[in-house]
Design a protein around this ligand. Sequence first.
Ligand SMILES: [Zn+2]
Length: 55
Amino acid sequence: MLKKDFLDILVCPKCKGKIKYEAKKNAIICNKCRLKYHVLDGDIPDMLIEDAEKF
Ligand SMILES: [Zn+2]
């Protein structure tokens, strides 16, 4: 589980905008870029654009 204060400083690497953590999917979502970043091992966000999934 990601900590909220950590999420507050995380931004989308593509648009530098705010991201949203979806606990249910264990993924970080950027609604602007429509990209889904994976969270590895439950608490390590993989914020690489090339690893992100389009949705
Ligand atoms: Zn973005």
